[in-house]
Design a protein around this ligand. Structure first.
Ligand code: PMP
Length: 290
């Protein structure tokens, strides 16, 4: 049976439970990370752990374990489950408290690590591109709950995801309250024009995606594509040569249609294809762990 690391111990998954009084459950009070393992190497583990501790700090949640202890816990969980290709879920919850919001009446935050297989978008979509919609639901504003906090409260994204499901597509692009493009419900978004790549900046209200950062800092420069962060409107998406999404689960996937509008030639463009290939090559050969 699969093993889950829960507050310092590896336990069988059917014994891996948290209390109904945990504020992670009662209020979505906590934070999480989704991390991939490729060929036994934990892709960008350092970056994920830094983002996790930054999320916790913004929530004023003081984890019971240090970053180094969680690093070791993740490695132990992967090892215990004998997985060389995996998806890891790391979660900190506020912990058990009283039936009131007060976060500091929860004395001990919980931490757990699940290592499982990943459900990707269907493989053929990486060849054909995928359809998305622009959600009516706006991304929650930075001043209300900064999307750079990867909090356990994902209802904003879930409501947009339901719009996608209702429209029979797998992902929705969210705009911020000023009408600028922010991100997908679980991915960052990029456009390509004449070989130049652009993606919305922090100010658009986005999660600082690890895959997004990998594209900006490593893949695009290695392939010689100029890349910039800038605000964009829906029309910039619709008029782009190519549109693609990035995320830990999605990796890099082309978008071939937004609402009823075909993007570019309606398939996956050459820049997106080369980035997807380069990404796969890098993680297959020697996935960077920092
Ligand atoms: N935006 C949101 C809202 C997400 O949930 C995710 C995936 N966790 C991303 C972007 C992509 O981030 P990453 O590349 O770190 O997985």
């Amino acid at each position: 049976m699969a093993k889950v690391w829960l507050n310092g111990e590896l336990v069988d998954q059917d014994r891996a439970t948290v209390s109904v009084f945990d504020h992670g459950l009662l209020y979505g009070d906590g934070c999480f990370e989704g991390i991939r393992v490729y060929g036994g190497r934990i892709f960008k583990l350092g970056a994920h752990l830094r983002r996790m501790y930054a999320s916790a700090q913004m929530l004023r949640l003081k984890p019971s374990y240090t970053l180094e202890e969680i690093d070791a816990a993740i490695r132990a969980t992967v090892e215990a489950n004998k997985l060389s290709e995996a998806y890891i879920r790391l979660v900190f919850t506020r912990g058990v408290g009283t039936l009131g919001l007060h976060p500091f009446r929860c004395p001990t935050p919980s931490a757990f690590v699940i290592a499982d297989r990943i459900e990707l978008y269907p493989p053929e979509l990486y060849e054909t591109g995928m359809k998305v919609i622009v959600a009516q639901r706006r991304r929650i504003p930075i001043e209300s709950l900064n999307p750079s906090i990867k909090s356990l409260n994902y209802l904003n994204n879930i409501l947009a995801k339901i719009e996608a499901i209702d429209a029979d597509v797998l992902e929705a692009v969210m705009l911020n309250t000023a009408g600028y493009v922010s991100e997908g419900t679980g991915d960052n978004i990029f456009i390509v024009n004449d070989g130049h790549i652009a993606t919305p900046p922090t100010e658009a209200g986005i999660l600082h995606g690890i895959t997004r950062r990998f594209v900006i800092d490593e893949l695009a420069p290695a392939l010689g594509y100029p890349i910039e962060e800038r605000m964009m409107r829906v029309d910039d998406l619709l008029g782009a040569d190519e549109v693609f999404l990035t995320g830990t689960a999605a990796e890099i996937i082309g978008v071939n249609q937004i609402d009823d509008r075909k993007i570019g030639e309606g398939g996956v463009g050459p820049v997106t294809s080369s980035l997807t290939d380069a990404f796969r090559q890098r993680v297959k050969e020697n996935a960077p762990e920092d």
